[in-house]
Each structure stands twice: as structure tokens, then as C-alpha cells.
Design a protein around this ligand. Structure first.
Ligand SMILES: [Zn+2]
Length: 86
């Protein structure tokens, strides 16, 4: 993947996910209290896991010190009424 800032080739790698799942959330959402919750309008970046660690694919630009990730393709349908605080 080409870095959108400096146009150099980014390094392919991953972010480890040990419990729960990785997601991006918009401001001003808060970090959920429960591991299986996720904020409104958040974007899931990894599968949900409690046992085996997962790899969430990510690209890193050493020049810009920036990581870029893709939204996970297969969004599960467990998003409804998942977070009791929303
Ligand atoms: Zn860059």
C-alpha cells in the first residue's frame, strides 16, 4: 500500500488483538465499559476474540510514523442493542 502522505510504500504488518476486538470510534464517543460493547458508529477493525490472539492487518509508514488499517470486511450483525449506555 502506498502512503497517502509521502507516497512511499508502506510496510505490511498487523496489530495484535488479545481480548475483545479492535475498533475505531468517532469523537466524542467514550471507551465502552464492557469488552463486548462498541460505541455508536464505530468501525470494526478486527474480529472479536476472547481466547486466541488475532492479527488485524495494518500498514505502517516509517517516514510519516503512521498506521493505516482497513475496516473489517465481514461486519457481523451483532451490533444492535449491544451497548447499554448508548
Ligand atoms: Zn508516509
Amino acid at each position: 500500500m502506498e502512503c497517502p502522505k509521502c507516497k512511499k510504500q508502506m510496510r505490511k504488518g498487523f496489530l495484535p488483538v488479545y481480548k475483545g476486538r479492535l475498533f475505531w470510534a468517532p469523537e466524542p464517543e467514550r471507551i465502552p465499559l464492557f469488552i463486548n460493547s462498541k460505541p455508536k458508529d464505530s468501525i470494526v477493525l478486527s474480529d472479536y476474540t476472547l481466547s486466541l490472539p488475532l492479527k488485524a492487518e495494518a500498514y505502517y509508514c516509517p517516514t510519516c510514523k503512521m498506521v493505516i488499517m482497513h475496516e473489517k470486511d465481514n461486519q457481523t450483525s451483532d451490533d444492535s442493542a449491544e451497548n447499554p449506555f448508548m
